[in-house]
Design a protein around this ligand. Structure first.
Ligand code: GMT
Length: 375
């Protein structure tokens, strides 16, 4: 098939899932055309069957706000027409689904029929999408999509609760490429760069938005480090990073906490970590937690949204109510104990196998085939 994938090219989970999906489809022989405003961070170098179409954003002085949706829709029309695409798959509803709807309508006037699939990822429904100013457009686009998928049962339930959706929503969980991420180097040399031999390593990877509650990670760590010598590694950047750095200083924890900033390939950090922290306010799935589990890192998380579908309480880690720092610290110390850590690591890896690419990819292909046959 010839598939157009519209995505955010950034470190955010929806962009990672869309890029990895496209790469996997290309490997299976599909022609994959990524459409977005800059090269997706996870795309890497040249790959057979993969093409990237950049949406150039106009900087005409009249525009205080650039008309990205219009430019994206125009690019989609062009790519569908000249690359003879069979379907478009958009990741994250805003504004990708409405741009796809517009492109579809324009193409219909030229006798070209193209179905589009919308994948809902999370904040497009749970935070941004629930803003009343977006609601009519999101509801319309979900209902106009030729197929709709959501990354967890929880996200599907949230969508049905908050929007007047008439379309079916297929739950297709996020996935992990196990063979790559499970190549654990056991690289003691790298580990020694960050921690002493007797120390455990906790890590958190995110875009440092409020919803991630990164300050909770620091407050949990402050309790853990009193009992067990440890280091905390932060990967990523975003609006809350500055506050977090201030909190580390305030709590005199700077010598124990490292902020690495944005890192393209997080596997090196995950490979040397003993526990992954995800205390989010809401989380439709928690791809970062799954990536950690895939290399045998147990997860201490909140029990919100789709996280319980990924992290199993007492098995691959622990879940607590949002903001329950005391319990999360207690659970972290439990996991880090010598007699428990190995079992939690094995369990985390085993649970991640339920989300292997081999199991999930056919679910998308089945939806694509049905739509293409219908057109
Ligand atoms: O919120 C983010 O971290 C980014 C966002 C995105 O769409 O890029 O993540 C959402 O989609 C991910 C991929 O499906 C999920 O793993 C995240 O749980 C979800 N984030 C939230 O729901 C807060």
């Amino acid at each position: 098939m010839r598939i157009g994938i519209v995505l955010y090219p950034t470190f955010g989970g929806s962009g990672v899932v869309a890029t990895e999906l496209g790469k996997a489809l290309a490997k299976k022989g599909h022609m994959v055309h990524f459409i977005t405003y800059s090269q997706p961070v996870r795309l890497g170098g040249f790959k057979e069957n993969v093409f990237y179409h950049e949406v150039s954003v106009s900087d005409y002085p009249l525009f205080d706000f650039q008309p990205y949706e219009t430019e994206l829709a125009s690019k989609m029309v062009d790519v569908v027409k000249y690359e003879k695409l069979d379907l478009i798959h958009v990741h994250y509803a805003i504004p990708h689904a409405s741009a796809a709807f517009m492109a579809k309508q324009i193409l219909a006037t030229q006798g070209i029929s193209i179905p589009f699939v919308t994948t809902l990822h999370g904040t497009d429904i749970t935070l941004v999408g629930r803003d009343p100013s977006f609601e009519p457009v999101i509801t319309f686009c979900i209902n106009q999509s030729d197929a709709v998928t959501a990354v967890s049962e929880s996200l599907k339930a949230d969508t049905l609760k908050h929007f007047d959706v008439k379309n079916d929503i297929h739950v297709i969980p996020n996935f992990i490429r196990l063979n790559k991420s499970s190549e654990k180097n056991n690289n003691e040399e790298i580990r020694e760069l960050y921690a002493n031999k007797n120390e455990r390593i906790l890590c958190h990877i995110s875009n440092f938005r409020k919803v991630k509650r990164v300050e909770d990670v620091i407050r949990i760590f402050a309790k853990v480090v009193k009992t067990r010598p440890s280091k905390l590694i932060f990967v990523g950047d975003g609006p809350e990073r500055y506050h977090c750095e201030m909190l580390c200083r305030e709590l005199s924890l700077c010598e124990h906490i490292l902020f690495l900033g944005k890192v393209r390939d997080t596997s090196h950090v995950l490979n040397i970590s003993d526990v992954f922290m995800l205390p989010s306010e809401t989380e439709s799935f928690g791809l970062a937690a799954l990536e950690a589990m895939a290399v045998g890192v147990p997860v201490i998380s909140s029990n919100t949204g789709g996280i319980p579908e990924v992290n199993l309480n007492g098995v691959s880690g622990f879940l607590s109510d949002v903001g329950d720092i005391d319990e999360m610290a207690k659970n972290t110390l439990h996991v880090l104990e010598d007699e428990h850590l190995h079992t939690f690591k094995l369990n985390a890896k085993k649970q991640a196998e339920n989300f292997s690419l081999d199991r999930i990819l056919p679910m998308y292909e089945e939806i694509y085939s049905k739509l293409v046959q219908r057109t």
